[in-house]
Design a protein around this ligand. Structure first.
Ligand code: FES
Length: 64
């Protein structure tokens, strides 16, 4: 499922980045060598990062 329409970032992209160590929203965009455009996806990205952190049992450093 595409989460960020502006940058074509999917939920799988976010989960993969989180598994590789991404902890913040900025990390997701940095992994793609881009930055947010409209920002409407940030809340969903935070939720996905939080879910991934819970699965891994780590703290999440990303704030909305
Ligand atoms: S939907 Fe992600 S920046 Fe616009």
């Amino acid at each position: 499922m595409i989460v960020c329409v502006c940058r074509a970032i999917s939920d799988r992209d976010i989960q993969s980045a989180a598994a590789a160590g991404a902890e913040r929203c900025a990390d997701i965009f940095r992994c793609r060598d881009t930055e947010p455009q409209c920002g409407s996806c940030v809340g969903i990205i935070v939720d996905l990062l939080r879910e991934s952190a819970q699965v891994r049992g780590t703290a999440l450093a990303c704030a909305r």
